[in-house]
Ligand binder design. Sequence first.
Ligand code: PLP
Length: 394
Amino acid sequence: MISQTMYELGTKKSTIRTIFEFGRRRAAEVGEENVFDFSLGNPNVPTPAFIKQVAIDILEHEEPRAVHGYTVAPGAPKTREAVARSINKRFGTDYEGKNIFMTAGAAAAITISFKALCQEGDEFIVFAPFFPEYRCFVESVGGKLVVVPARPSDWQIEFTAFEACITNHTKAVIVDSPNNPSGAVYSEETIRKLADVLRAKEKEYGHPIFLISDEPYREIVYEGFTVPYIPNYYDNTIVCYSYSKAFSLPGERIGYIAVPNKIASYEKVFGAIAGAARVLTHVNAPSLWQHVIARCAERPSDIGTYVKNAKLLYDGLIKAGFSCVQPQGAFYLFPKALETDDYAFCERAKKYDLLLVPGADFGCPGYFRLAYCIKTETIERSLPLFEKLAAEYK
Ligand code: PLP
């Protein structure tokens, strides 16, 4: 009668959602301030004032039909051109408007890219730990998700394991740096090596292997780390970007796909992206927000709160006896759980109203994720509780 797969996707809550909802119920019982909810990656930094001012100015002064009407499917020309200019300035690329396809955030950008590329039997490789939605996005277009085991010492790539995962059916490899959930940034050395491996495999199999760079956290990167612009290292890259985290606009749904000229069969890839967006009923990215991005694409992000929270939480956890890779970007930490069963560990943490997400959900059992895009004061007050939790294992 109905699609069982869709039913299950629509009714089975993700662990993150379940924990978040538990947190809401607990807050009603014990008070908001007594719940330490590290579950959700919803930015807490206010949307920059300049975004609000530009949006108001557009609503008040621009022609309503242009603001609220349909745009052409790949996006308003002035927005695509502004985005292209902003990328060229930062990374020395040669984009024009025609290289940019505006989307409803990174989720749409990734799904459209998967659908554009996927043919029967295709495999898409991800590196553990990975954003759990990749699985349903890939499977929804008929692809198979292949997971490369993690390298917990620094969350870079375990290359031997990676090479073993590449087959003649590999259509694309997905990278997400700065990473959700590990908080790691792939080094230039990692990107160079990744590009070398992929070029060698392309040669061996005689067809392109695409690299899909999912970049919602590109702007959230800490001192001492840089995020290499992957198309400058590997031609067959598709960039999926989002303003959700950069400008704290997750509910407005705005991002883009960038397709470099030098990608294999540029015209075909861009055409397939347009076709995939069409059948996925992605008519156009939200028009008002396209207008805002046309004026704000070059404006900076404010990451001060994340820098402060990252240091506070990392130092506190290390002091309490946890082991964790130093935060490099995004707004997540991914420490080792204090028992092998990460679900049991997160369950035990609930006793202190510490809401944590088990690593198994990200393909990496034995760890747990903390989203620290919350109030600094909440983190400060949570630290003695982490100490109490750790003391239970001593
Ligand atoms: N990719 C990763 C790695 C994410 O963490 C998220 C959201 O948390 C997304 C994609 C989706 O972002 P958007 O809000 O732009 O769709």
